[in-house]
Design a protein around this ligand. Structure first.
Ligand SMILES: Cc1cc2nc3c(=O)[nH]c(=O)nc-3n(C[C@H](O)[C@H](O)[C@H](O)COP(=O)(O)OP(=O)(O)OC[C@H]3O[C@@H](n4cnc5c(N)ncnc54)[C@H](O)[C@@H]3O)c2cc1C
Length: 411
């Protein structure tokens, strides 16, 4: 089938749906088409935020974004930031509510309801959605662009590539075909790696800890240099470590270098305070054996693991702990060290670091500097954010920048 459209949006994810709605609201008589490779739009959105969809964050700071040229995202985030997002979601009947660390969620706390509201708005506006339709080629045509799919050929004046990255794998629509479409037009790809991903570590020291959670500060060190520290609920797993602080520090875990994590199980204390804590506890727990030294402080298996690493037998009397043993315990509490052996890969990552280089795009409009009326938005570009609603905010902000530019040029 041959279809003629004003704008074709390749990818019916967060960014593509947002762009389509903004476009159609202003250009009611134009044919706005979303091409979606999967059988439904918004499949990734449904699993975001553990099914609650962390739509944005109360504080959108530039420092939360990364890439070869992270400053590329600042303009769009400044112009279409948290307030824009809140207004947009209110306008489709989804009020937001704030959770911990400034995270904003739909009031329903259901990601599926966010997708429903977007789909209802898309239907009400009469946006043309072609599902099970993957764009295979993007060609320059005499009046704009031609998009070749298995059963359709579309021509249009404007095209937005909103195909996302590789994180989450094929089932969530992360095929990487957007990279191919843009590379064929001469855009370059910054190598893509998983980010916001669990870390694989040396397992010997933590084999008894699978499933245990503990508040901690986790610090990634690469070649002996501290790269990033985050505090929150750490989870020990059968492959290594997970939990919010681990995802947050995982961005450079792909680097081929010596990587370790240092874990501080008492993040509110400095080393001397931890040492004092251990010494005071030794005085307090006269008559106890080492086995119960950490009872009331840490989960049992974590306490036993720390004792084991320090070479302290569980039947040893607490009163007989030597100064050296007290120091060893304090060191393990303050700086429990694990070698990082890798990460859990793209399939389990929440975002792609890398993507299509932003160098050939305009940071205010997302339009290509090389081809007029060709836009790229969201995760397909070499921009990735921290955990906490920052990646979806980038999807909405970049979508708005592109959509309003097209609207401006179409009137
Ligand atoms: C498990 C998980 C949880 C997450 N949780 C959060 C969170 O709570 N908060 C947050 O800010 N971020 C979160 N993210 C990240 C966030 O979901 C993404 O950054 C965001 O969805 C990117 O939006 P996008 O529109 O660029 O791409 P996507 O949402 O990935 O959409 C791209 C769409 O394009 C389609 N497509 C791909 N290629 C083609 C093609 N050739 N033709 C047609 N269609 C195509 C895909 O099927 C897909 O539907 C999470 C990610 C994952 C994997």
């Amino acid at each position: 089938m041959n279809i003629n459209a004003h704008t074709v949006i390749i990818g019916g994810g967060a960014s593509g749906m947002c762009a389509a709605i903004l476009l159609k609201r202003s250009l009611r008589n134009e044919n706005i088409v979303i091409l979606e490779a999967l059988d439904r739009v918004g499949k990734k959105l449904i699993v975001t935020g553990n099914g609650r969809c962390n739509i944005t964050n109360a504080v959108i700071e530039p420092s939360r974004y990364h890439g070869n040229a992270p400053e590329f995202c600042h303009n769009a985030l400044l112009k279409y930031g948290r307030e824009f997002t809140e207004d947009f979601f209110n306008s489709i009947g989804v009020p937001l509510i704030e959770g911990d660390n400034g995270k904003l969620f739909p009031y329903s706390l259901q990601a599926s309801s966010v997708v429903d509201a977007l789909r209802l708005e898309i239907a009400a506006l009469g946006i043309n959605v072609l599902t099970d339709t993957s764009a295979q080629n993007l060609l320059i045509d005499k009046n704009g662009y031609k998009i070749i799919c298995a059963n359709n050929e579309l021509t249009c004046e404007n095209v937005i590539v909103a195909t996302g990255g590789l994180a989450g794998g094929n089932k969530l629509g992360s095929f990487g075909t957007g990279y191919k479409l843009l590379r064929e037009l001469g855009f370059s790809l910054v190598e893509a790696y998983p980010s916001l991903v669990q870390l694989k570590t040396d397992l010997a020291p933590i084999k008894a800890l699978n499933g245990i959670k503990q508040n901690a500060t986790v610090t990634l060190c690469i070649n002996g240099k501290r790269v990033r520290s985050e505090t929150g609920e750490l989870l020990f797993t059968k492959y290594g470590i997970s939990g919010p602080p681990v995802l947050q520090i995982s961005r450079q875990s792909y680097l081929k270098a010596e990587k370790i994590v240092k874990i501080n199980f008492m993040p509110e204390l400095n080393f001397n305070e931890v040492l004092n804590f251990v010494k005071e506890r030794k005085k307090l727990l006269v008559g106890r054996t080492a086995e119960t030294f950490f009872t009331g402080v840490f989960p049992k298996m974590l306490g036993l693991t720390i004792l084991k690493i320090c070479g302290i037998n569980i039947s040893e009397s607490v009163s007989e702990f030597t100064d050296k043993q007290c120091r060893a315990l304090a060191e393990q509490i303050y700086s429990f060290t694990l070698a990082v052996t890798g990460n859990n890969g793209m399939e389990n990552a929440q975002v792609t670091s890398g993507g299509i280089s932003t160098a050939l795009f305009n940071d205010g409009t997302m339009e290509s500097k090389r081809y007029k009326r060709l836009y790229a938005t969201g995760e397909v570009l070499d921009i990735d954010g921290d955990c906490g609603g920052f990646n979806l905010q980038w999807a909405w902000s970049s979508a708005a920048a592109a959509a309003f530019d097209i609207v401006g040029k179409s009137k």
